[in-house]
Design a binder for this molecule. Structure first.
Ligand code: GTP
Length: 624
C-alpha cells in the first residue's frame, strides 16, 4: 500500500459510548474477523472483559474496498483498496495517556457520541486532544437504534460546543450496523493519508509495546519515513542501542508477518528488545548509519498516586519482579522503583495515573502473571518546604530529610470537571464541600446537564471520590480532572512502627481532620502484612503533634504517639483524654487472659467496653 492508500485513525469517545462495539463491526464489515466472534474483540485482557472497559489501546489493520456513490457503478473488485489502521483507545480518565499516545500514530479520529447521552466530559477532552494533534475529526452519532436517541439534539451540541458543522455528523448504530458503510467511506475521504517521505531514511515512532512469551518485547510502530524490512539493523534514538529486526508485520487482527512496513504503515516489530528500559514508548527508531532528527516524543507521564507493592501469599520477590517487568512493558505509564523496608522486606514503589489505573495494575498482576501483592496506602506527591528555603517533591514519607527543619507541606490540587443531570447538582455540591472543594464554575451545558468545576485536593479524590460520586448520582456523573497548582495545607505525617521499627513504606500524610480515619485504615492494612505473625506489635504515630489516633489490638498492635525526634519518649506522654479514649477501644478487642496477667479488669465481651486504669494502660503502651 502506498501512503495515499493508507489511513491511520482512532476511535475516541466518552466511556461506554460504543467504541469497542463499533471497532468490532468495522472489523466484521471489512472481513477482518468473522461475524459472531467474541464481542469486543479488541478488549483482549481479562480485566477488560470483567470490568467492561478498555484499558489498553489496541491496533489492527483492515483492508477496505472503497465504496461510495462514485464507486457504486464500478465492479466491486475494481474499486480502490485501502489499508485502514484502527487504534482502539480506552475511555476512562485514568487512561487518557494511552489515548494521547495512540493519537500520535493517527491522522484522523472518529469522535463517537452516544445519541441518548450527548456530549460528555470525556468527549470534550478527546476532542481537544485530537485538535491539538491536528487530526481530522469525523463526528459519529452512535446508538441511533435506541428509542431515546436524539441525534438532532446531539448535532446541536456538536455545533455549539465544538463549532462543528452539524451536516458533517454521521448517524450510526454499532449494534445494528446501520450507517457503518458511510463511516468507512468517510475515513477514506476525510482523513488525510500519512505525509511521510518514501525515499527518506527510515524513521519510525515506537508508540506502544508489550511482552510476548516467545518473541520477548513486541513494539508497535508507525513508520513515518522510509521503509522497514526484516533483517534491517535499527537504532533507538533514546538509548543508542542497535538491534536486528527479526520479524515485522501488521496486526490483522493477530500478528501477521509481512516482511516489511512501508511509509505511513502501522505495525509491529520484533528486534530482540528485552525490557521497558529498551522499548521506550515515544522513542524514534531509525536505520543504522543515518543521521536523523528524532520525532517529537510524548509528554512525560504525570503520576498522581503512589503505592508500595510487596509480595504476598506465597509469591516471591523474584516472581513479583519478573511480573512487574513484563507488565510495565505493556503499560509503560507505571513508574517503578525498588523499595527496601526493614519491616516489610523488599518491594516496589509504583506510580500510577489514578486509582483505577492502580487497581487495574494489581488485577493484571494477579490474573496475567499469577502473583499476589499487598499494597500500602496510596500517597499523592507532596512538596516539603524546609526552613532553609529548599523544596522537595516526595511521593513517600521518607526520613531522608528528617534533620532539616520543615516549614510547610504543599499538596497537589486538581481542577475537577463534573457533568451531571441537573437533579443531582445538590448532592454533588455537598460532596465537593465535604472534600474541601472550592467551587470555580457552575453552569448548564444543556437544559438537563450541569457543569461544575471545583478545585479539590488530589488526596481527597484518589481514594473513593469517584465511587461516591457515581453512587450519589445513580451512575450519571461524569468526572475528569487535571492538575492545578499546589496549595499549602494543614497536613500531618503518620509514622508506622512494627516492633518499634519504623516502616517507612507505610508512612503517610493526612489532613489534620482525617488523622483518625486514615489511622484506622492504616492499622488494618498493616495487619494484612503481618497476619502470619501475631506476635508483632504495630504502632502508628503522628510525627509532630504526638496525638494518638486509633488502635486495633492492643496486645499485638497499637496506635501510639511519638515525637518526631524520639518515637519512644512520647508514647508515655499522650494526654489523659487520649489515653482514656484509647483504653475504651482497647477493651473492646483485648483477649482476656493477657489483660488479667497485667492486673487489668477482665473483659470478655468483645462488644462492651470497660475502663482500664490509666497506669495499667500506660504500662501496656510501653511494650510496643
Ligand atoms: P469503554 O471501552 O469502556 O470506554 O467502552 P466503549 O466506548 O468501548 O463502549 P462499548 O463498545 O463497550 O459499549 C458500551 C455498551 O453500549 C455495550 O453494552 C454495547 O453493547 C452498547 N452499544 C454500543 N453501541 C451500541 C449501539 O449502536 N446501539 C445500542 N443499542 N447499544 C450499543
Amino acid at each position: 500500500f502506498p501512503p495515499e492508500r493508507i489511513r491511520n485513525f482512532s476511535i475516541v469517545a466518552h466511556i461506554d459510548h460504543g467504541k469497542s462495539t463499533l471497532a468490532d463491526r468495522l472489523l466484521e464489515l471489512t472481513g477482518t474477523i468473522q461475524r459472531g466472534h467474541n464481542p469486543q474483540y479488541l478488549d483482549k485482557l481479562q480485566v477488560e472483559k470483567q470490568r467492561g472497559i478498555t484499558v489498553k489501546a489496541q491496533t489492527t489493520s483492515m483492508v477496505y474496498r472503497h465504496n461510495n456513490e462514485i464507486h457504486e457503478a464500478i465492479d466491486k473488485h475494481d474499486r480502490p483498496v485501502y489499508l485502514l489502521n484502527l487504534i482502539d483507545t480506552p475511555g476512562h480518565v485514568d487512561f487518557s495517556y494511552e489515548v494521547s499516545r495512540s493519537l500520535a500514530a493517527c491522522q484522523g479520529v472518529l469522535l463517537l457520541v452516544d445519541a441518548t447521552q450527548g456530549i460528555q466530559a470525556q468527549t470534550v477532552a478527546n476532542f481537544y486532544l485530537a485538535s491539538e494533534c491536528n487530526l481530522s475529526i469525523i463526528p459519529v452519532i452512535n446508538k441511533i437504534d435506541l428509542p431515546t436517541a436524539d441525534p438532532d439534539l446531539v448535532k446541536e451540541q456538536l455545533a455549539a460546543t465544538f463549532d462543528l458543522d452539524p451536516s458533517e455528523a454521521l448517524l450510526a448504530s454499532a449494534k445494528t450496523g446501520e450507517g457503518l458503510e458511510q463511516v468507512l467511506a468517510a475515513i477514506v475521504e476525510r482523513v488525510h493519508p500519512p505525509r511521510g517521505k518514501v525515499d527518506s531514511p527510515l524513521r519510525m515512532l515506537l508508540f506502544d509495546s508489550y511482552f510476548h512469551d516467545y518473541k520477548k518485547v513486541i513494539c508497535n510502530v508507525a513508520v513515518v519515513d522510509g521503509v522497514l524490512r526484516k533483517g534491517n539493523r535499527i537504532v533507538s534514538a533514546a538509548t543508542g542501542k542497535g538491534y536486528e529486526v527479526s520479524d515485522v508485520g501488521i496486526m490483522h487482527p493477530e500478528l501477521k508477518s509481512t516482511g516489511s512496513l512501508l511509509t505511513g504503515q502501522v505495525g509491529y516489530v520484533v528486534c530482540g528488545m528485552h525490557s521497558t528500559q529498551e522499548a521506550r514508548v515515544g522513542d524514534t527508531l531509525y536505520q543504522r548509519r543515518s543521521t536523523i532528527e528524532p520525532l517529537p516524543g510524548f509528554k512525560p507521564v504525570k503520576h498522581m498516586v503512589f503505592s508500595g507493592l510487596y509480595p504476598a501469599d506465597g509469591t516471591s520477590m523474584s516472581e513479583l519482579e519478573h511480573a512487574i517487568e513484563k507488565l510495565t512493558c505493556n503499560d509503560s505509564s507505571v513508574s517503578v522503583e525498588i523499595e527496601n523496608s526493614a519491616a516489610l522486606g523488599r518491594g516496589f514503589r509504583c506510580g500510577f495515573l489514578g486509582l483505577l489505573h492502580m487497581d487495574v495494575f494489581h488485577q493484571r498482576l494477579e490474573q496475567e502473571y499469577g502473583v499476589h501483592v499487598h499494597n500500602t496506602m496510596p500517597n499523592v506527591p507532596y512538596i516539603f518546604e524546609f526552613e532553609d528555603g529548599n523544596k522537595v517533591e516526595m511521593h513517600m514519607c521518607t526520613d531522608r530529610y528528617k534533620d532539616k527543619k520543615r516549614k510547610a507541606i504543599w499538596e497537589p490540587m486538581v481542577l475537577a470537571k463534573i457533568v451531571v443531570p441537573s437533579e443531582y447538582v445538590g448532592p454533588v455540591i455537598t460532596l465537593c464541600s465535604e472534600r474541601e472543594g472550592e467551587q470555580v464554575q457552575f453552569s448548564f451545558i444543556t437544559g438537563q446537564q450541569a457543569l461544575l468545576k471545583y478545585r479539590l485536593p488530589l488526596r481527597e479524590i484518589v481514594v473513593d471520590f469517584h465511587d461516591i460520586l457515581k453512587s450519589i448520582t445513580s451512575g450519571y456523573a461524569i468526572f475528569i480532572y487535571e492538575e492545578a497548582e499546589h496549595q499549602r495545607s494543614s497536613l500531618l505525617k503518620l509514622d508506622a512502627f512494627l516492633n518499634t521499627k519504623k516502616v517507612e513504606a507505610m508512612a503517610t500524610i493526612v489532613h489534620k481532620s482525617k488523622a483518625e480515619s486514615v489511622g484506622k485504615s492504616l492499622t488494618q492494612m498493616l495487619k494484612k502484612f503481618i497476619n502470619r505473625n501475631v506476635q508483632n506489635s504495630i504502632q502508628v504515630v503522628e510525627a509532630i503533634t504526638g496525638r494518638v489516633v486509633s488502635t486495633e489490638r492492643p496486645l499485638d498492635y497499637g496506635f501510639g504517639v511519638s515525637h518526631r525526634r524520639s518515637p519512644q519518649s512520647n508514647r508515655l506522654g499522650c494526654t489523659e483524654s487520649t489515653a482514656l479514649s484509647l483504653s475504651k477501644i482497647y477493651c473492646t478487642r483485648v483477649p482476656a487472659a493477657p489483660l488479667e496477667r497485667k492486673g487489668v479488669k477482665k473483659q470478655l465481651n468483645q462488644h462492651r467496653t470497660v475502663d482500664i486504669p490509666r497506669e495499667a494502660f500506660l504500662d501496656r503502651m510501653k511494650f510496643s
